[in-house]
Design a protein around this ligand. Structure first.
Ligand SMILES: Cc1cc2nc3c(=O)[nH]c(=O)nc-3n(C[C@H](O)[C@H](O)[C@H](O)COP(=O)(O)OP(=O)(O)OC[C@H]3O[C@@H](n4cnc5c(N)ncnc54)[C@H](O)[C@@H]3O)c2cc1C
Length: 334
């Protein structure tokens, strides 16, 4: 089977033989774009996985799966992986390349764009074909959303975080094989991974949480941040943050919600001491009920939530926690 003209490509990364969820979401999107453009959606699998995992790529909508693999394949060898994608791109000429905003994807995307001398839009929140079949790449910026296009160079490259596009319906009847990409013999790894130490995530994972408490710079200090942490704890919620919280070192990057952070879909979102900047709010568009606590009644966050509480969070949160604890104590049978 050979590739159709100018396909839509998706990088399919895997960790420990399991393909990352965002790749399926992107294949679903690539299949829709491909259908509109009259071209195929194709996946570039990085490393080795079981045939069942390959089938999932086909079932999600890929019409062809290439595989970049080499002895001692290592996902951190981005120099080799990007060169392999470069060589394959020059041969197949994809018109669009979608990459998950994962740690690997964020490193690979600019390397590939530079090698192919084309454009890259990072952290897109939507991808739409315009009337000339050029990809409109939507990102939050300047207090709203802007569209970036790459009208001349190909491929048009975009990175997208997990949760921006839905997981597609899997067609269980589809199966398929991989097409190995042959690599030039002179490609030798200059990086070797000696050891990977995984940090165990604490508490409820943000992307799966039913309740999310997110704090912003209004927390004021580590002490204020700890109170927001306590609120998340008592509500059995996942703890999220805005960029300034990460910059201050009150929480780590893993907690950041938004355009360059995580996308969340809770039943209840409580934003504390944050202003409702687009780059944060795009990460919570999937929330069902949104509450904001902010001491500025004119804060733009209040225009975007269901329930607004005008309070100084540093005074309000400790009292709120005490009330919640008292209620819990009353309702717990002795
Ligand atoms: C390319 C790009 C990508 C970005 N990606 C992200 C992203 O993924 N996620 C993200 O979060 N940000 C991101 N940002 C940053 C984003 O633009 C905002 O700067 C950030 O979200 C603002 O965080 P904040 O609301 O905590 O702080 P601020 O905007 O400073 O707002 C603080 C709010 O707290 C309120 N406040 C102050 N004191 C109190 C108090 N005592 N009690 C109650 N309220 C109080 C204030 O009224 C104010 O509304 C990105 C920016 C760029 C340029």
């Amino acid at each position: 089977m050979s590739s159709k003209t100018a396909p839509v490509w998706v990088i399919a990364e895997q960790i420990g033989g399991v393909i990352s969820e965002v790749c399926f979401e992107l294949i679903g999107k690539a299949a829709k774009l491909g259908a509109d453009l009259g071209v195929s959606a194709e996946a570039i699998l990085l490393g080795d996985v079981s045939p069942d995992q390959v089938d999932l790529l086909y079932q999600a909508g890929a019409e062809l799966v290439y595989q970049i693999n080499f002895p001692d394949f290592d996902r951190f060898q981005t120099e080799i992986i990007s060169e392999a994608i470069n060589i394959l791109s020059l041969e197949v000429q994809p018109q669009i390349l979608l990459i998950g905003s994962t740690y690997l994807g964020r490193e690979l995307a600019p390397l590939i764009a530079a090698k192919l001398n084309t454009g890259l839009t990072a952290h897109c929140i939507d991808l739409i074909l315009n009337n000339k079949n050029v990809l409109e790449q939507w990102i939050p910026a300047y207090g709203g959303q802007i569209v970036i296009t790459c009208p001349e160079k190909r491929p048009q490259i975009a990175t997208v975080a997990r949760g921006v596009f839905p997981t597609p319906a899997f067609n269980k009847n589809k199966t398929g094989k991989v097409i190995p990409v042959s690599l030039p013999e002179n490609l030798h790894p200059r990086v070797k991974t000696i050891e990977i130490i995984r940090e165990e995530p604490e508490g409820v994972p943000l992307e799966e949480a039913q309740t999310v408490v997110a704090g912003g710079s209004g927390a004021g200090s580590m002490e204020g941040w700890k109170e927001i942490e306590k609120l998340a704890d008592i509500l059995n919620a996942a703890l999220g943050s805005t960029r300034p919280v990460v910059d201050e070192g009150w929480s780590d990057l893993e907690s950041m919600i938004g355009q360059s952070g995580k996308m969340v879909h809770p039943d209840l979102y409580i934003g504390v001491g944050l202003s409702g900047e687009q780059q944060h709010m795009v990460g919570i568009v999937g929330a069902k009920v949104m509450v904001a606590i902010n001491n500025d009644p004119k804060s733009p966050v209040f225009e975007q939530v269901d329930i607004g509480i005008v309070e100084n969070c540093r005074e309000f949160i400790p009292v709120f926690i005490k009330k919640l604890k008292d209620n819990l104590d009353k309702s717990t049978p002795r």
